[in-house]
Design a protein around this ligand. Structure first.
Ligand code: HEM
Ligand SMILES: *[C@@H]1O[C@H](CO)[C@@H](O)[C@H](O)[C@H]1NC(C)=O
Ligand SMILES: CC(=O)N[C@H]1CO[C@H](CO)[C@@H](O)[C@@H]1O
Length: 481
């Protein structure tokens, strides 16, 4: 009897809380001058809107379809969760960048801090700014132009390619190539020659890094419920990954001025002597660097294998070129490779959607009302979802044939600052953009020299698989001649 009573009481308290919050949101919305609510998308499961969340992450074009249906801004309300506002209106995207009212910390830091600490991925405000400031010099063109390490990786890949038209999946090969490049850039590690004093090998580090990342993402999704689960395995995995990074911070410390090549760890070590801070930046840089460039290149080759015309153009440009012709500056100026990479990122963005949280009650300039042109009230805690996959399919910016892979469209279109966001824009824009473009172009040039004919060995459409980044779920299966 007492049990039933308690349950009923608890139910009542929750109901009152939800009604009260609803009322507050509505009042605040009316109070803020001139604001009108956006069109609302109904969810099937009304408590948390879990069907919406599932489709948004499970099916890449889902948000695009909804934007086609509702326009550039709509909202999703559920009884328990705070509202979600989906927008691809450039005025709103710009506002999210230029206002201090939006950030990432509340949705990322609680789940990720144990593993990767405070840094540019997990924080806002001063901590984010400090992290970005210390990382930035390492991305100066003078510090990312040396392609010697990548050259060796590409040499090895080209040697291993089958030449007998058997089917090969390029995705895992490219992944290892750029993972090694990232380990070298971030940690100064060469996976093919490691000191025996290191607590674990680069392979073991990568394994623990992935496990820790996986559990951290589960932790982000579960929120406070996570605390009820056993923690010891997670903590052990994190400390295994940490020990590798800490070892290399120690190494960088001992070098004492003698520059044995550049790496993020050494650059950070020369600017601060807080080892926990350095470790956090290093792990977060690995998160940003480990698979992004390889996925861009995988997608580019996926598309090129189905559009032989552009492969022929690449060969025309690069066959016969010497290594000394493939310099960072030259590659960035190659209109053909840049067009191919941008068109690939337009069609298959590595980040098809990015989220932000309203850090306080605020407004967005457009999206409200029946014509989407009124300001909207955004209560604190609202999630903002910016669907870059949909943004990149605006016919007014990119032309009417938006689903077609047509790199030369980039010769005539001129997307404005907030209309193409393959690398983001504004104050949180990708620091690695030039580095990624240089390295992907270099690999593309070398592969076009080595491969006469690249044909697709996969009859299916491209399908995305969303984790931290979005990659081709079916890899990149090709035949090579
Ligand atoms: C094709 C490859 C890549 C793509 C498509 C890409 C995309 C992006 C995007 C969209 C953002 C903005 C995130 C946001 O607004 O929250 C970003 C941020 C960032 N990326 Fe990349 N990225 C790539 C490669 C890399 C690489 C190789 C590195 C490092 C070696 C890197 C380091 C960073 C950093 C440091 C930030 C800054 C985040 C901030 O200040 O908040 N990225 N990237
Ligand atoms: C290149 O990186 C080093 C640290 O590795 C840094 O001291 C230097 O300022 C950077 N160069 C530029 C031009 O930012
Ligand atoms: C608030 C804020 O940092 N806004 C930034 C938005 O992006 C521009 C660059 O495009 C920066 O200059 C602003 O500082």
């Amino acid at each position: 009897m007492g049990y039933v009573l308690n349950t009923a009481l608890l139910g009542l308290v929750i109901l009152v809380f939800l009604l009260f919050r609803r009322q507050r949101l509505r009042q605040a919305s009316v109070q803020s001058h001139g604001c009108e609510p956006a069109i609302s998308h109904p969810t099937k499961e009304p408590f948390f809107g879990s069907d919406f969340q599932r489709s948004m992450y499970g099916h890449v074009p889902f948000l695009y379809r909804l934007h086609e249906q509702y326009g550039t801004t709509f909202e999703v309300r559920s009884w328990v969760s705070l509202p979600v506002v989906c927008t691809i209106a450039t005025d709103n995207i710009k506002c999210v960048n230029t206002s201090k009212d939006f950030g990432v910390e509340p949705m990322r830091l609680p789940g990720l801090e144990y593993f990767c600490g405070q840094g540019f991925i997990t924080t806002d405000g001063d901590t984010w700014y400090h992290s970005r400031k210390l990382l930035k010099p390492s991305f100066d063109i003078s510090n990312i132009s040396d392609l010697q390490f990548l050259k060796r990786e590409v040499d090895r890949l080209v040697e291993d390619l089958p030449g007998d038209s058997s089917t090969v999946d390029l995705q895992p090969l490219l992944y290892v190539m750029f993972l090694n490049s990232a380990l070298h850039f971030v940690l100064g590690v060469d996976p093919s020659s490691q000191p025996s004093s290191a607590p674990l090998t680069a392979d073991e580090f990568v394994k623990s890094f992935h496990d820790a990342l996986f559990y951290s993402m589960v932790r982000v999704v579960l929120g406070p419920v996570w605390k009820l689960l056993p923690q010891s395995k997670y903590k052990k995995t994190c400390s295994t990954a940490h020990s590798f990074v800490d070892y290399h911070i120690g190494q960088a410390n001992e070098e004492d001025g003698t520059t044995k090549g550049k790496s993020l760890i050494r650059a950070l070590n020369s600017q601060t002597n807080d080892p926990t801070f350095i470790r956090s930046q290093v792990i977060q840089a690995m998160m940003a660097a480990q698979d992004t460039t390889s996925e861009l290149l995988t997608n580019a080759l996926f598309l090129l294998a189905r559009h032989p015309k552009y492969w022929a153009q690449l060969r025309l440009e690069f066959v016969g070129k010497q290594e000394s012709d493939l310099l960072a500056g030259t590659l960035l100026e190659s209109k053909l490779t840049q067009n191919i990479l941008h068109e690939t990122l337009r069609i298959h963005p590595i980040f098809p959607l990015l989220g932000r949280v309203a850090l306080r009650d605020t407004q967005l300039p457009v999206g409200g009302g029946p014509h989407h042109d009124r300001p909207m009230f955004i209560p604190e805690g609202t999630t903002l979802v910016m669907g870059y996959y949909a943004l990149h399919r605006n016919p007014e910016v990119f032309g009417s044939d938006i689903e077609v892979f047509r790199p030369e469209r980039w010769d005539s279109i001129k997307p404005k600052q907030w209309e193409f966001l393959g690398f983001g824009s504004g104050h949180r824009a990708c620091l690695g953009q030039q580095k990624a473009l240089i390295e992907a172009s270099y690999a593309l040039a070398r592969l076009s020299q080595a491969i006469e004919e690249l044909t697709s060995a996969d009859s299916g459409d491209w399908k995305g698989e969303m984790k931290l980044t979005c990659k081709s779920a079916n890899g990149c299966k090709v035949k090579i001649n």
